[in-house]
Design a protein around this ligand. Structure first.
Ligand SMILES: Nc1ncnc2c1ncn2[C@@H]1O[C@H](COP(=O)(O)OP(=O)(O)OP(=O)(O)O)[C@@H](O)[C@H]1O
Ligand SMILES: [Mg+2]
Length: 426
């Protein structure tokens, strides 16, 4: 579990510092204020490698560079590792063009999963990426597994061409044919991550989609009776099934590695998820965080999972209301204050519904109306409190309101009441 991060002279703010909750952490803020950047830093702190350093196909997750090249740039972090509490301060070394890291065996934070916004995934597996002994030879182990979106589906190769992962298409069909534990786990994880009980993600039969592709292609049973090849599934479904596959693959390989090592499976995991709602319909946005909070229960025995999720969605914030527990959860918000980016840990206060969240500190909107309607409503509110508003003005305002508001808008009641009282309405 990651506890603390402090960054100086990198990213959009001159300094940022945060103390994570041990269970659920939410990150909000406008575009470009550093949410993904914070996830990259959290991943790097625990794994000591930048995602794009391990897989150059990634377009995100690049090494963090100092803002002011003439000043020292620092990342301070702490996390609870398997046998100790790990605290470290790293500096950017401009001559080496890299961040200093403590020599020797890195600490073991448990599993670290990272779902990037563009469909890339990264995992640091304590059984496969941690040097179990201090033997130099073990350094040859991969530092982590980083998948570009294509790698998730078609497989991940290392530089010498060896296959590190078969990819979703081959593994899913292989697991389905075996009818073993892996397919059961995949089906269960898909069910947990489904949008609702009526719209479950259910694997269908295997099929072929091209004369030129000899792979048996997994399918999903759609509510409209068809079995759709996973590569033809919708964007939202592909995002979730690739996440489900990634988790099951990580876990299956972890179990196999532990068998070789004669060790027990891991029980701790940190889960970094960027744009958690991406491609998801509002109905699915409402269920995705609670589902992510419990999905690891289906794989690990009594897991301790820390989830750090970035969101732009008021529905995500509303969906968390019944689950948020201030003793173990935290909400961080990035804002532009003047011309400075500020990171604030906010008190999580229930807003009731998405309208409340839209106008909260999380999204800083004046209302959930269109910009045009918002302007007309502002003018109407001013008119209601003003002195010099004539009957003719009221007629024009009434027409403007008709053009932007729905017939059932609650503002009508207030408008008709006051306008009626002032004798503006016929
Ligand atoms: N590798 C890097 N090195 C230094 N600064 C970076 C790096 N990556 C991002 N930044 C800084 O972080 C800023 C914000 O980037 P980031 O991608 O984190 O925004 P975001 O809050 O995730 O926005 P969005 O909601 O659009 O995804 C950039 O404008 C830049 O100042
Ligand atoms: Mg981002």
């Amino acid at each position: 579990m990651i506890n603390h991060l402090k960054m100086s002279n990198i990213g959009p703010a001159s300094q940022m510092e945060l103390e994570f909750g041990k269970r659920l952490n939410l990150l909000t803020g406008d575009n470009g204020l550093g949410k993904s950047f914070l996830l990259d830093i959290a991943w790097w702190s625990m794994t000591r490698k930048w995602p794009a350093e391990l897989n150059p196909k990634l377009t995100a997750g690049k090494v963090a560079l100092p803002t002011n090249k003439k000043q020292s740039a620092e990342i301070e972090f702490s996390f609870s590792a398997a046998s100790k509490f790990m605290e470290n301060k790293s500096r950017y070394d401009p001559r080496e063009q890299r961040w200093t890291v403590k020599q020797g065996r890195p600490a073991n934070p448990g599993f670290v999963f990272y779902a990037l916004a563009d469909g890339s995934f990264a995992v640091w597996d304590p059984a496969r990426n941690y040097w179990k002994s201090k033997n130099e030879k073990n350094k040859e182990r991969p530092s982590a597994y980083v998948f570009s979106p294509k790698d998730v589906w078609d497989g991940l190769q290392c530089e010498d061409g060896a296959w590190l992962c078969n990819g979703l298409i081959r593994d899913w069909s292989g697991w389905q044919k075996e009818r073993g534990m892996a397919f059961d786990s995949l089906s269960t994880v898909l069910e947990v991550l489904s949008p609702s009980a009526d719209e479950k993600l259910i694997p269908g039969g295997l099929t072929r989609i091209s004369l030129n592709d000899v792979r048996d292609m997994p399918t999903l049973k759609m509510p409209y009776g068809q079995e759709v090849a996973v590569v033809h599934a919708s964007s939202g479904m592909r995002r979730i099934i690739s996440l489900a596959y990634f988790l099951v693959w990580c876990w299956e390989e972890h179990l196999k590695a532990n068998e070789l090592l004669g060790e027990s499976p891991e029980t701790k995991a940190v889960f970094l998820v960027d744009e958690v709602e991406s491609h998801l319909h509002p109905k699915w946005q409402r269920t995705v965080i609670p589902a992510l909070m419990k999905v690891m229960d289906k794989l690990m025995a009594s897991p301790a999972v820390q989830l750090i999720a970035v969101t732009h969605s008021p529905l995500i914030m509303a969906s968390v209301e019944p689950h948020f527990d201030a003793t173990q959860d935290a909400w961080f918000d990035l804002d532009l204050v003047g011309n400075q980016v500020a990171l604030t840990q906010r008190q999580f206060v229930r807003q009731g519904d998405i309208r409340g969240w839209l106008v909260s500190e999380a999204f800083d909107m004046k209302s959930g109306y269109s910009l045009e309607a918002e302007r007309v409503l502002e003018d109407a509110a001013e008119a209601l409190s003003g002195e010099n508003f004539s009957k003719d003005d009221a007629k024009i305002m009434d027409q403007r309101l008709r053009e932007v508001l729905s017939d059932t808008d609650p503002f009508w009641m207030c408008w008709r009441f006051v306008a009626g009282k002032k004798g503006w309405l016929p």
